[in-house]
Design a protein around this ligand. Structure first.
Ligand code: T4K
Length: 376
């Protein structure tokens, strides 16, 4: 190995940690109020701040993104089957199955790696109630084409936006597309509340329905009308979120510089493909992903990952294996590999490189040196 290993492990990401004193100051407010959860003051403040930050008309906070996505399926009263992508985190199809909805996996676009509109239309069945797209790695789905397909077939549109905090398309918040968009605020996300998430929706009536479902379906102290769930974000999470939000723009600036450096070093290298920068789209800077073509680069993705690990650089193969290959899904008709050739190729090629605000540009250069030194 030509480049020296790092003395300490370099993780794929590290959470944004605001100054502890700022978190403590907010926790003092929580202590003074003796109000720990159930739509407290921190929760209300964070909900309003994020609605403005994300440019969405309505937002409901959740205790995590997965419960939020599960609640979206109930709020839209989905049933039967939903067309979705296999190239995602397990939470995406699981959120359907928890409502006894069958995921129909369809193939992805070879450039954006998001669900392919042509494949969606071919996959729709008589019992299909919605399309569930994932803005994977922060690259938006083909939102206009998906809306047209949904209109033609009378389907709802849900987006798993776990990776698109702050993303806009021609200045429009990405959460304004479709019926509902889920955001994840897990510790590994650009903006986080340690665990947390949200649903963005377009109307006050839908927001009321979501809030009702996330609070057990309680109407008032004596009436419960639907089988809801406990999806509430507590005051400690919300207080942390408010402190993190104050530093998000610094994090974005730092990550932008990291992405620029990676791109300057890796763009155009034979055998490496970077994710596309789409016109009019602001980047989320959530992941930095390369695709490694084994023939052209001279090493497989797995060989690269193993060599990087020896040098203390812990990359990740998000999202290997495909969800359609999980034992709980691989017997579905739509899970057959023959129907998902693009996804099967992509999942062998992708590698997420380290990206987080406190990663130095010197470290980025050393990671690139390591990677480029592996070429054959
Ligand atoms: N949909 C999509 C498309 C998603 O990507 C996700 C979550 C969801 C839905 C569900 O949203 P949530 O219900 O989680 O809100 C992580 C996250 O747990 C998960 O939120 C995320 N996607 C997924 C892509 O990544 P793991 O199992 O890979 O995390 P872990 O523990 O290996 O952490 C990765 C690295 O981050 C560690 O090697 C070091 C660093 N790390 C992690 C944590 C938790 C820290 O430095 N500090 C920390 O506290 O799933």
């Amino acid at each position: 190995m030509s480049s020296p290993p790092f003395d300490e492990q370099i993780f794929v990401t590290r959470p944004l940690l605001p100054p502890l004193a700022e978190v403590v100051a907010r926790l003092e407010q929580v202590w003074a109020s003796r109000w720990l959860t159930n739509a407290g003051a921190q929760h209300e403040q964070l909900e309003a701040a994020l609605r403005a930050h994300l440019g969405v008309p309505e937002l409901a906070l959740f205790n995590n993104g997965t419960i939020a996505l599960m609640t979206a399926m109930r709020a839209l009263d989905l049933s039967g089957s939903v067309v979705t992508t296999p190239f995602t985190f397990p939470a995406t199809p699981h959120s359907l199955v928890w409502s006894r909805i069958e995921p129909i996996f369809c193939d992805i676009d070879p450039v954006t790696l998001t669900i392919d509109p042509v494949a969606i239309e071919a996959a729709i069945r008589p019992d299909t109630s919605a399309i569930l797209g994932v803005h994977v790695y922060g690259v938006p789905c083909h939102v206009d084409a998906i809306q047209q397909i949904a209109g033609r077939h009378g389907l709802k549109v849900v987006y798993d936006g776990a990776h698109v905090f702050g993303t806009t398309i021609n200045g429009r918040g990405i959460g304004t597309y479709g019926d509902i968009t889920m955001y994840s605020f897990h510790a590994t996300k650009l903006f986080h509340t340690a665990e947390g998430g949200a649903l963005a929706c377009q109307t006050p009536a839908m927001k009321a329905s979501i809030d009702h479902l996330k609070n057990f379906g309680i109407l008032n102290q004596e009436e419960v009308d639907v089988p809801g769930i406990n999806g509430k974000m507590n005051e400690l999470q919300a207080a942390l979120g408010l402190a993190v939000l104050d530093h998000v723009s610094e994090e974005v600036t730092a990550r932008r510089a990291i992405v620029d450096r990676y791109r300057a070093r890796l763009d155009g290298v034979a055998g490496l493909t970077l994710m596309p920068r789409l016109p009019g789209v602001t980047e989320s800077f959530q992941y930095f992903v390369i695709r490694i073509d084994r023939e052209a680069f001279g090493r497989s993705r797995d060989e690269v990952q193993a060599s990087m690990k020896e040098a203390n650089v812990l990359t990740r193969k998000y999202f290997f294996p495909l969800c359609s290959d999980y034992p709980c899904y691989n017997r579905l008709d739509s899970a057959r590999p023959q129907g998902l050739p693009v996804a099967h190729r992509a999942v062998q090629e992708v590698l997420c490189l380290p990206i987080y605000g406190t990663l130095s540009l010197d470290a980025v250069d050393r990671i690139c040196d390591l990677l480029l030194g592996l070429r054959r």
